[in-house]
Design a protein around this ligand. Structure first.
Ligand code: ADP
Length: 446
């Protein structure tokens, strides 16, 4: 096991990793920007090192400053968390060159599954269901027009290197396909430095169901079942749960097994998530693979009892996975509500500033992952997610009631948050019934 790990991140995930380190008997070193210098969670680290000013490019995204901090602190490994440098294969490679273990996949495995076109190729081989569409990047316009006619409109053009909901265009006919192809490639080149685009069938109504997987360096990989993350706004997830309500177990289990095959075939070590859209007939189509731990990982931890963060540290240290697929079972139902410092009444505008009141719920089956304490200041510079409420109960109805109870206890002010919206959603008949699609929340907010 490592002696000391540097956490190249901030906020709730930095604290989640500090906790995992301490339970493993490992020292945790945090880096922080000037915007976070007074953040209370830094006191829980064994050491905290300032790496620069507030803008992420000068601090949390600045590889040379992070590597310098790692060398000064004499760490054996770096945990990137999610966001920032987590999916940068060049960062994973630099860590390796500096003889610092990157807690996550090798640069090779990250390139295989992190690129959307490459990932689809691996998925086809592993028999993971994918969207009908172009096989690989589009080489010429006529070929794309032919493919679109075959799969039928609407289709979606995507940038191979895209992410964060950017670099995508939906086309309803041939004329818009031709125009968008040129624009999309140009935009992708400007935004991601890679102009390759591909084509997929566009699903008008879908649910977002994803599979948690984890692999080790000895060729083993298992899945930890699924999460339903259909409650979204502008592609941002707001509620996640497991199991996915109303999905036929046989179908979802087959998809979970396929996801595990996919990571195995890419010789992938670490945690990953294989994301799918599911149509009304419960057919699955892979969207992409996220090559890191996700915000919503606690949902899976609650139903499987597996500590995903600790396990990924163990596999990075070279330990084999401590369980086999048959050892993984799920119990009960878990729901996560993301607490964002945003004002849903004002179009989800960020609501940074000083937190005067921060009273978190507790009691049976309630977990709150947050770095915030009363008196903290939420900087306007970074993501507005300031915490997650995760509940676990015997079944979905009980989990919803527990979430409603916990949300009623949660007091935050004067900053605005998504808590009142979550309280409403826990009482929404469509949510309570289960199985809302990815556009449900946007329709409801109109
Ligand atoms: P990103 O990496 O930018 O998150 P994804 O491929 O994961 O891109 O897609 C983001 C979102 O775009 C999905 O959650 C879904 O809402 C929508 N989307 C992507 N592909 C399709 C598709 N083929 N049909 C319908 N919606 C899609």
């Amino acid at each position: 096991m490592f002696r000391r790990i540097l956490i190249a991140n901030r906020g709730e995930i930095a604290l989640r990793i500090i906790r995992a380190c301490h339970e493993l008997g490992v020292e945790a070193v945090c880096v922080y920007s000037q915007a976070d210098k007074d953040a209370a969670y830094l006191r829980l680290a064994d050491r905290a090192i300032c790496i620069g000013p507030a803008p992420a490019k000068d601090s949390y995204l600045n590889i040379s400053r992070i590597i310098s901090a790692a060398e000064v602190a004499d760490v054996d490994a770096i945990h990137p968390g999610y966001g920032f440098l987590a999916e940068r294969a060049d960062f994973s490679e630099i860590c390796r060159d500096c003889k610092i273990e990157f807690i996550g996949p090798s640069p090779e495995a990250m390139r295989k599954l992190g690129d959307k076109v490459e990932a689809k190729n691996y998925a086809r081989v592993a028999k993971v269901p994918v969207f009908p569409g172009s096989e690989g990047a589009i080489e010429d316009e006529e070929e794309a027009v032919k493919t679109a006619a075959e799969i039928g409109y609407p289709v979606i053009i995507k940038a191979a290197a895209g992410g964060g909901g950017r670099g995508m265009r939906v086309c309803h006919n041939e004329a818009s396909l031709r125009t968008n192809l040129r624009n999309c490639a140009q935009e992708a080149r400007a935004a991601f430095g890679d102009g390759s685009v591909f084509l997929e069938k566009f699903l008008e109504k879908a649910r977002h169901v994803e599979v948690q997987v984890i692999g080790d360096k000895h060729g083993h990989a298992v899945h930890l079942f699924e999460r339903d993350c259909s409650m979204q706004r502008r592609h941002q997830k707001l509620i996640e749960e497991s199991p996915a309500p109303g999905v036929e177990r046989k179908k979802i289990n087959a998809v979970c097994e396929a996801a595990a095959r996919l990571v195995r075939s890419a010789e992938y070590a670490g945690a990953a998530t294989v994301e799918f859209l599911m149509d009304d007939d419960q057919n699955f189509y892979m969207l992409e693979v996220n090559t890191r731990v996700q915000v919503e990982h606690p949902v899976t931890e609650m139903v499987t009892g597996v500590d995903i963060v600790q396990t990924s540290i163990r596999v990075a240290a070279g330990e084999p996975l401590p369980f086999k697929q048959k050892d993984i079972t799920t119990a009960g139902h878990a729901i996560e509500c993301r607490i964002n410092a945003e004002d849903p009444a004002r179009g989800f505008m960020p609501s940074p500033g000083k937190v005067e009141t921060w009273r978190v719920p507790g009691g049976p089956g309630v977990r709150v992952d947050t770095h915030i304490s009363a008196g903290d200041r939420i900087p306007p510079t970074y993501d507005s997610m300031v915490g997650k409420l995760i509940v676990h109960a015997d079944d979905r109805d009980a989990a919803i009631r527990r979430a409603a109870r916990a949300l009623a206890e949660f007091e935050v002010g004067p900053i605005k948050s998504t808590i009142p919206m979550h309280r409403e959603l826990m009482a929404d008949s469509a949510f309570v019934r289960g199985g809302v699609d990815i556009h449900f929340l946007e329709r409801r907010l109109k």
